[in-house]
Ligand binder design. Structure first.
Ligand code: GAR
Length: 187
């Protein structure tokens, strides 16, 4: 059995797509959804799939092995960051070498780094008058958005596209490609 842990901070639309994609797969299990945000809608989404959830705070993540031990206890094969906005600490990175991936809503190395998430990214892309943007799925290391790139997909930006329209286009790509990329990495 391939065991996946999802870590998310917010709505969890990507988590939803991943849980849906693997729900009928007997070889892949989303074993747990972890979040730093007790209000995050991703908790509700996980409940709907009867997937266990864990809420953690900064101390649990950075000053203890609570999160690490949970991941080890469950024998997780792949940790998927789906809209998680904090850095992953070194104890977890060292315990899961090349086993942590993230999705970023732009074509890294552009428009990455601290503070670059959600609409901030699409506003920056718009302001720079880019004619294309896209998604980047990459390995996670100790710096924001700097691990090796696994997969990128591009989409066109029309001159009149608002940051919200760009977000919509990018979100569609995320939903289409993230679960499939996870599957490829697992097998
Ligand atoms: C996604 O667009 C993801 O690319 C982005 O957060 C969103 C989460 O949406 N991640 C980052 O910006 C990481 N720097 P979701 O909660 O609906 O899946």
């Amino acid at each position: 059995m391939n065991k996946v842990a999802i870590i998310a901070s917010g709505s969890g639309s990507n988590a939803q797509k991943i849980m849906e994609y693997f729900s009928d797969n007997v070889e892949v299990e989303v074993s747990i959804v972890l979040t730093n945000n007790p209000e995050a809608f991703v908790i509700q989404r996980a409940d709907n799939f009867e997937i266990p959830t864990m809420v953690f705070d900064k101390k649990d993540l950075y000053d203890s092995d609570i999160v690490l031990n949970q991941l080890l206890k469950l024998n997780i094969n792949l940790i998927v960051l789906a809209g998680f906005l904090w850095l992953i600490p070194e104890n977890i990175i060292e315990a899961f070498p090349n086993k942590i991936i993230n999705i970023h809503p732009a074509l890294l190395p552009k428009y990455g780094g601290k503070g670059m998430h959600g609409l901030n990214v699409h506003k920056a892309v718009r302001e720079a008058q880019e004619t294309e943007t896209g998604i980047t799925i990459h390995y996670v290391n100790k710096d924001y958005d700097e691990g090796d790139i696994i997969h990128q997909v591009k989409c066109k930006i029309d001159q009149q596209d608002s940051p919200e329209i760009i977000a919509y286009k990018v979100r569609k790509l995320e939903h289409q490609y993230f679960p499939k990329t996870i599957e490829k990495l697992l097998f």
